[in-house]
Design a protein around this ligand. Structure first.
Ligand SMILES: Cc1cc2nc3c(=O)[nH]c(=O)nc-3n(C[C@H](O)[C@H](O)[C@H](O)COP(=O)(O)OP(=O)(O)OC[C@H]3O[C@@H](n4cnc5c(N)ncnc54)[C@H](O)[C@@H]3O)c2cc1C
Length: 523
């Protein structure tokens, strides 16, 4: 088998005969030596005049036999009678922690405050249409966590943290499109993710694990040495005490009540840097024109994306979670706050392109909030989210400004069309944002306009606020044991604990934590 690279026009990318011809044309392998061809990597190269796909292909000889790899699920076993471990949170971290337990022989019991994917959909509609935010069921809370109704981008910079390909393989085995295994920028989409998540749930249950929806952890019991002895769980107004061999906390970056609970127990937490800013929405054809030099994309070219970064006054300003052909969504987790984020469907075919555009917030920036101690970042986030909410009429309509008016510091007389269903209202974002954030964003978007001609335009809206980029608090853990150093039995996990930033890194962290729990339980 030889691996070579070929380039193809987009319309030919899925055409097996065209791929074979390109391999022959490359002249790298004699025609009679070419048997089966398998694409193992695919990316778009839009640097030249005409965008092309670059494919890395494995070319087998006609004599080779290709053995299919065993599915990951072949190594799951029945864990009904295995030691029980409670996982709090059914996001990617919690679910992949549970799946790993099926391999290593622990029984996962997931407690999730929200609802299953189907019922959750109704609550999302209530936020979109009536501005009603259920603090237990929203874009962040519920089955699949913040990853279910998202863009479903699956790339991560933290490849070293775990088995990236295995996580993708698990998703494919549960219904995700197989292309995610070869695409340089894999993505699933919100129309497919709920089914994948429901299939993951079925696997966990089939092998003896449990998932209890509508179960919110409200308190914990500790022994004298600090170790966790039990959790107090609220379900339909009743409280029950649950015990297990270990407790994984995979509650995500928006579970502020969990941080409060841990602090009330004097469990050590740490403040950590994060980022905050706005979401900027452009027309997708404009971005396509800039990136592909095509206002009407040719067949097989996906909605184009961008990644922008600059430095302003010692702080990074960068685009974050770009959603080509996507929608801006209301991601608040409690009434009285306004938070936006982005999602997309698998086809990424909305006429809009949006991305978070944020400024790095370092601990030294939080001095005015010092009275909140380790929660200084949380207090800052909260204040901005409240200010954004209070600028409106009490609904989830978001404050916004045209990009050029944002830089000029003037309220827009009219706004561009938007994908944001609750609607936008013209507001002085230059006054609503903290000064240090506004000034850096103001300079940052002008820098972006110089790097990407056409980006800086009055056809774009700036929407407030993108505040939940990552957790402002870390639940510290030991590097070797993955356990909180002072609280035996407590395993902080995923994004809420400060050890992941995205679906895939949370999933990989979940799997790592499962193995660490196994060591602890066996000891
Ligand atoms: C709209 C949106 C779009 C996104 N798009 C992408 C994307 O395209 N790609 C990407 O990589 N990332 C994306 N993200 C981020 C990604 O979803 C998160 O990084 C990821 O879900 C973190 O996983 P997690 O398991 O650590 O936490 P979460 O997914 O936040 O899950 C935590 C779970 O814990 C539950 N929980 C909290 N408190 C309690 C409690 N007291 N008791 C019981 N359960 C509790 C919550 O209900 C929640 O379900 C997006 C996020 C949002 C909101």
């Amino acid at each position: 088998m030889q691996t070579i690279e070929i380039a193809l026009r987009p319309k030919a990318v899925e055409d097996a005969a065209a791929i074979r011809q390109a391999v022959v044309r490359s002249g790298k392998i004699a025609k009679q030596e070419i048997g089966e061809i398998i694409v193992n990597r695919r990316s778009i190269d839009a640097r030249g005049r005409q965008p092309v796909y670059r494919l890395r292909v494995d070319v087998y000889t006609p004599e080779d036999t290709i053995e299919a790899e065993a599915p990951v699920s072949a190594s799951y076993r029945d864990v009904s009678d295995a030691p029980e471990v409670i996982i709090v949170g059914c996001g990617p971290a919690g679910m992949f922690c549970a799946l790993e337990m099926l391999e290593i022989g622990l029984k996962p019991i997931i407690l999730e405050r929200g609802k299953d994917v189907q019922q959750r959909r109704r609550d999302l509609r209530a936020i979109q249409q009536f501005g009603r935010v259920d603090p237990d069921s929203n874009y962040c809370f519920g089955e699949g966590g913040a990853g279910t109704y998202s863009d479903g981008k699956l790339y991560t910079r933290s490849l070293k943290r775990g088995n990236y390909l295995k996580s993708l393989q698990v998703l494919v085995e549960h219904g995700a499109q197989p292309e995610i295994l070869i695409d340089a920028h894999p993505h699933i989409g919100s129309n497919k993710l709920p089914k994948v998540v429901a299939n993951l749930r079925e696997t966990i249950i089939r092998y003896g694990g449990e998932i209890r929806f509508g179960h919110r952890v409200v308190d914990l019991g500790q022994e004298k040495g600090g170790g966790i002895t039990s959790l107090l769980v609220e379900h339909e107004g009743n409280r029950t005490e649950l015990r297990a061999a270990a407790y994984v906390f995979a509650t995500g970056h928006s579970a502020r009540d969990i941080y409060e609970l841990l602090r009330s127990k004097a469990i050590r937490l740490e403040a950590k840097p994060f980022a905050l800013g706005v979401r900027i929405e452009h027309p997708q054809p404009l971005i396509d024109e800039i990136q592909y030099r095509q206002r009407e994309r040719e067949e097989n070219l996906p909605a184009s994306s961008y990644k922008l970064v600059t430095q302003v006054k010692d702080r990074g300003v960068f685009s974050f979670c770009m959603c080509p052909g996507g929608l801006v969504v209301p991601a608040a987790t409690a009434p009285g706050e306004l938070v936006v984020n982005g999602m997309s469907l698998s086809r990424r075919d909305s006429p809009y392109a949006n991305s978070g555009t944020v400024v790095a917030v370092e601990l030294e920036d939080l001095k005015p909030y010092a009275e909140h101690g380790v929660f200084a970042g949380l207090a800052f986030q909260r204040e901005v989210e409240k200010t954004m909410f209070q600028s409106g009429d009490g609904s989830q309509a978001a404050p916004a400004q045209k990009l050029t008016d944002f830089v000029a510091g003037k309220v827009s007389s009219e706004l561009n069309d938007t994908s944001y269903i609750p609607g936008l209202h013209a507001a002085p974002m230059h006054d609503l944002l903290p000064t240090g954030i506004y000034q850096r964003l103001r300079q940052g978007v002008q820098d972006f306009g110089r790097k990407m001609s056409g980006y800086y335009t009055d056809d774009a809206n700036v929407i407030g606020t993108e505040s939940r980029t990552s957790s402002p608090v870390r639940i510290p853990r030991d590097r070797q044991t993955y356990m909180h150093a002072e609280v035996p039995g407590l395993f902080p996990c995923g994004e809420g604990a400060g050890y992941a930033g995205g679906i895939l890194s949370a999933a990989m962290d979940g799997a790592n934590v499962a193995r660490a729990v196994k060591n602890y339980v066996n000891f």
